[in-house]
Design a protein around this ligand. Sequence first.
Ligand code: NAD
Ligand code: LMR
Length: 365
Amino acid sequence: MHRINKIANQLSPSTEELKSVETSGCPSCPAPYNGVAKVLVTGAAGNIAYSILFGIGRGKLLGPNQKIELYLLDIPIMADKMKGVVMELKDCSFPIFTKIISTTDYKTAFTDIDVALLIGAKPRGKGMVRADLLKANANIFKGQGKAIEQYASRDVKVVVVGNPANTNALITMKNAPSIPPSNFTAMTRLDQNRAISQIADKIGNGVQVGQINNVIIWGNHSKTQYPDISHGYLTCKKTGKVVTSLKSAINDEFWIDNTFISTVQQRGKAIIDARGLSSAASAANACLDHVRDWLCGTNGRIVSMAVPSKGNPYGINDDIIYSFPVTCSAGNYTIVKLPISMKSYQRMKKTEQELVEERKVALSI
Ligand code: NAD
Ligand code: LMR
C-alpha cells in the first residue's frame, strides 16, 4: 500500500489533468470556430469515410455545437458512389450540417477549408507492409499539398490518415510551404486506443479503458512504432485519483516488452488478415478523437499525435512527422518532455530510422 501511494504521488497529475479525462469531448464543449467550419473529407466513397462522416454528423469531430459545411472529395469514378453517401447523410437529418457538397474537383474541395481529413488513398492488402504504399500514394499527397497551398484557409488543420500516414503528411506539408508546418499532423491515435484496450484487458479486474492514462505512441504508424507504458498510470473509477503506475498494475514485464508491443505494432495486419479489409470504423473513431482533442483541447491530458519533429525535445531527426506525447489547447499542441530510459530511447530511434528511410524514398519520387 505504501509503495502504491508512493508511486501515485510521483505520478500524480494535476487536478486539471484529472478533470480532462471526464470533460474532453463533452456535450458542452464550445464550438472551436466562429460561425460555420468548412470540413473536407477525402476518400469520401471509401470505407473509413463511410464511418467517419456519420460521426461528424453526430458532433464527434468538433463538438456538437459547431456548425459544419461538409465537403466530400473522391476520384471521378467514385462520383456516383459519393452521391449515394450524400443521400444517406441527408437522410440522417443531422442538424450540424449547413451544407453537404460532393466533388471530384480540387478547387471546389479545398477552397477556404478549415479542417482537412486526408483519408483518400489506396489501403494495403494481405501480404503488404505500409511502406509498400509509399509509391502508390505519394502523388496523391503531393497534389493535395499543392491544393492546400493554393486554396485552403491559411490556418487549415490537416490530419493525414491515408498510409503511410506520417510520410504522406510530410509530403503534404512540403507541398504547402505557406501554411505553418505545425498545422500538418498524421494519425497515431488508433495505435494509442489499441494500446489502452490491450492494457485494460490484461489488467482485468473490471478496469476500464477510461482509467488508463498516459500511454504513448512514439514514431511511425507502422510496425516499428513504440507503444510505451512507462509513464502510464491507472486512476480510480470513482474519484479519478491516481491508483498506481501501469507497470505495477500490469506486473508482467515480459508481457509488456513482448506481447503488448508487438500486438499493437501488428494490429493493423491482424485486422486485414481477419477482415480481408483494413480497419475502418476504429480508424474513423480515432480520427474523430485526434481532431476533437486538437481543436477542443485535452485539458492537460497527454495524447499521441504524429507532428513535425522540428525543435522536438528528444533529439529526434528534425525533418520527419513523428508521433510524440502532446497536450492540446484550442488548436495548438505542445510536445511534452518526459524522462526517457535507455531502452525506450533505443526503440524511439528505431522507428525514427524508418521514417528517415521513408523520407528518402518519398523525396525521390
Ligand atoms: P478505401 O479503399 O475503402 O477508400 C479509399 C478511397 O480513397 C476510395 O474511395 C478512393 O477512390 C479514394 N481516393 C483515391 N485517390 C484519391 C484522391 N486522389 N483523392 C480523393 N480520394 C481518393 O480505403 P479506406 O479503408 O477508407 O482507407 C483509406 C486509407 O487509410 C488507406 O491508405 C489505409 O491504409 C489508411 N488507414 C490508415 C489508418 C491509420 O491509423 N493511420 C488506419 C486505417 C486505414
Ligand atoms: C491500421 O493500422 O489498421 C491501418 O494502418 C491499416 C494497415 O495497413 O495496417
